[in-house]
Design a protein around this ligand. Structure first.
Ligand SMILES: Nc1ncnc2c1ncn2[C@@H]1O[C@H](COP(=O)(O)OP(=O)(O)O)[C@@H](O)[C@H]1O
Ligand SMILES: [Mg+2]
Length: 466
């Protein structure tokens, strides 16, 4: 699920407007410190509180422009007197630090902000590196500042590239909260995570949160789902296996995850049609969502129309089926894994389908930056979908042994294999509830016709398939 930083930071840090806190946000250059700090300002200003932003790096114009690009328009707040942004020159001596501190204090007294951001403390600390007295003065000042305003002070700190953490020493001990923004690029993708190191007085239940910085939107977190228990879901009509293959029992059961694996040349063919029909039938024309990793929407629709016609569907059935399918093509390589999953969740929440078909899961799996991380996200997504009563079909070309892992994450496995080494015919194995049913490709085609027949009339019952 996607959560905007403006709503999420108070959940992480507590009410930093009402409760005075000294907060440290550390991170590599470009990791999003400035954007996050401005978002926190925005949160304060939207609540009618004043924010004082002290920059030692960028001037006002550049900052305003950069932040406008991510949807943060600061001018209206400045006009209303809620924002004061100043750029200060760097200082190098103890005397100058004294002056700086006094200057800031005067500004603070005059403006009475509820939030102060110092962007960033790193060049200041470096410039007085060898001056222990100046350092002490500065540290003490930061500490006093949040008590003085009875609000929060956010200190930003640069972590040099290639290093995990800044050598902050003192800051980590005195501050109330430490947040580290991390940033890495891999295979052309940017992966950002926020690590919450500590928050005084709060239980930490999230350690690392993936996020992205989006044009016109700003920082959004991709909240991973972690279900600590495996819950049983709403009851659904149950899929059972008879001599002719799966059918629907009158009785009901929880939603299920089906994996259909096949040789890679079969991707846009009978397995897809079969899984669509099966779930149309089990949900009685309920909404079906197809997350499509390769083809554009019209190609899938054309395929559906042509093959439904081929197997004897009339116009009305075709129309009803297509009306109840939502196809969302996604290029999995354009997103980091957490981003991809939070997008899928948002689509699911938006469409509210009875079932989701993923086609073809070999693609995102094989292109994932970190396959085992990807698999753990899949696992949590499947548990979540099951817990809210959504059936899942995962169509998967057999390109590697990882499909074995996916079998473990399924309640029903359909395995389509070459009949012999020439591979001009296939055998279909259904594994469900401890039973194995073997069918030929022709029988699968017959079953597709039967399902179309059921959809024309009614849903099959145990009595009918006997
Ligand atoms: N309009 C935009 N759309 C998307 N990302 C942006 C936009 N503007 C800046 N960014 C991203 O935001 C990051 C800069 O964030 P910033 O808060 O300035 O980082 P830091 O203060 O840690 O150096 C860059 O990595 C950049 O890619
Ligand atoms: Mg910055």
């Amino acid at each position: 699920m996607v959560v905007k930083a403006i709503d999420f930071m108070p959940q992480i840090l507590g009410d930093f407007i009402k409760e005075p806190r000294l907060i440290l946000i550390a991170g590599h250059p470009g990791s999003g410190k400035t954007t996050l700090a401005m978002t926190m300002c925005l949160h304060a200003m939207n609540a009618g509180e004043r924010c004082f932003y002290i920059s030692f790096q960028e001037d006002r114009e550049r900052l305003f422009k950069q932040l406008a690009g991510v949807g943060i328009e600061l001018k209206p707040y400045e006009d209303k007197g809620l924002l004061k942004l100043i750029k200060l020159p760097l200082v190098v001596s103890e005397g100058a630090i004294q002056e700086l501190v006094e200057g800031i204090s005067r500004d603070v007294m005059g403006f009475s902000p509820r939030l102060i951001v110092i962007d960033s403390i790193t060049p200041l600390l470096i410039s007085i590196k060898d001056d222990a007295k100046a350092r002490g003065l500065l540290q003490n000042f930061f500490w006093e500042l949040h008590r003085l305003i009875n609000g929060s002070v956010v200190l930003l700190a640069e972590v040099p590239l290639g290093r995990e953490l800044a050598e902050l020493g003192w800051a980590e001990f005195v501050v109330d909260a430490v947040v580290v923004l991390k940033y890495r690029t891999y295979k052309g993708l940017v992966e950002r995570v926020m690590e919450v190191k500590k928050v005084r007085g709060r239980e930490l239940n999230v350690a690392e949160l993936p996020f992205s910085i989006q044009k016109n939107v700003g920082i959004v977190f991709h909240q991973p789902m972690k279900l600590s228990e495996i819950k049983s879901s709403k009851k659904r009509r149950l899929l059972a296996v008879g001599p002719q293959g799966p059918y629907l029992k009158e009785s009901t059961g929880p939603s299920i995850v089906t994996l259909i694996e096949y040789p890679p040349e079969l991707t846009l063919s009978l397995p897809l049609l079969y899984s669509i029909l099966l779930h149309m039938a089990s949900s009685n024309y309920g909404k079906l969502l197809i997350i499509e990793y390769w083809s554009p929407e019209d190609r899938i629709k054309d395929f559906m129309m042509d093959s439904l016609k081929l197997y004897g569907a009339d116009e009305e059935v075709i129309k009803r089926i297509l009306d109840n399918i939502v196809i969302r093509p996604l290029n999995p390589t354009a997103y980091s894994s957490p981003e991809l999953f939070s997008m899928i969740l948002d689509i699911v929440n938006d469409v509210k389908p009875m079932a989701v078909i993923f086609h073809d899961v070999a693609l995102p799996t094989k292109t994932a930056v970190d396959v085992s991380y990807y698999a753990s996200l899949v696992y949590n997504l499947l548990l979540y979908l099951k817990s809210i009563g959504i059936d899942v079909v995962r169509l998967c070309s057999r390109v590697d042994s990882f499909t074995d892992l996916y079998k473990v994450m399924s309640d029903h496995v359909v395995s389509i294999r070459c009949k012999d080494s020439i591979c001009d015919d296939y055998v279909v194995y259904d594994y469900i509830e401890g039973k194995i049913v073997r069918r030929s490709w022709t029988e699968l085609e017959e079953e597709v016709k039967t399902l179309i027949g059921y959809l024309k009339n009614q849903i099959p019952t145990a009595a009918q398939v006997k």
